[in-house]
Unconditional design. Structure first.
Length: 95
């Protein structure tokens, strides 16, 4: 593939099946993740996706292991979770 001089980002990257991870890796796409989502949205996402698709949700360690660049951000106006709390949740997550 031609070397593109662009930086593409998927905001609120949450649900990524294996084929999407491979495509992101090949296109050098950055995943912008919401640290707090690993705790604030887990149950609602599980209900919406079901147990079959939840395995693709917020698997940030897998994305990192596959070479996807991760950046963190915040939905401060939606969640009042401290950024430091969000980072702590992210670091302690065993995904």
């Amino acid at each position: 593939m031609k070397n593109l001089n662009h930086r593409f980002t998927i905001e609120h990257a949450t649900l990524m099946p294996d084929e999407s991870i491979e495509l992101m890796k090949n296109l050098n796409v950055t995943a912008s993740i919401q640290f707090s989502f690993s705790s604030t949205d887990c149950e609602s996402i599980r209900r919406a996706l079901g147990n079959d698709r939840i395995q693709y949700c917020n698997v940030w360690k897998t994305w990192q292991d596959q070479g996807i660049t991760l950046v963190g951000s915040s939905d401060y106006t939606i969640y009042t979770v401290s950024q430091f709390n969000g980072i702590q949740l992210f670091v302690k997550k065993k995904a």
